[in-house]
Unconditional design. Structure first.
Length: 131
């Protein structure tokens, strides 16, 4: 058994009238899981360290991490996507090594989105210039 809340039921009344059925869903995943993304590179190879703090032990949250590469005039030179699922542990660290940086890349942005039809961003992008 865990001390964390893993499920809840929401009921809602407006002026004494039940309106719970009109609520489609509510999620606060971006407030419950905090990401720390670190981006480094050497030569034409990038490394991303993704450390997340799972504040309420959410298990099975499907996420996508994107590394997007940009060149001159902010034109995209490439993109790499990684899917991962939270385990429910308090802290999880994943390291992605040997990510090939496309030729003519000047900058890389890394960010995490919820992997579902809503495409909810879970982090601000971490951006690093590539010299």
């Amino acid at each position: 058994s865990s001390d964390y809340v893993s499920d809840y039921l929401m009921t809602l009344n407006v002026n004494g009238v039940p309106v719970t059925d009109s609520v489609i869903s509510t999620k606060a995943i971006s407030e419950s899981i905090k990401f720390n993304l670190d981006l480094s590179y050497e030569g034409n190879s990038a490394k991303i360290t993704n450390t997340l703090n799972n504040l309420i032990g959410l298990k099975g949250v499907e996420c996508e991490m994107y590394a997007v590469f940009y060149g001159e005039d902010d034109r995209m030179t490439g993109m790499t996507k990684y899917k991962f699922t939270t385990t429910g542990e308090d802290e999880e660290t994943t390291i992605y090594n040997d990510i090939t940086i496309p030729d003519n890349t000047k900058m890389c942005s890394v960010f995490v989105w919820l992997d579902n039809e809503l495409n909810i961003p879970l982090t601000k992008s971490v951006t690093k210039n590539i010299e």
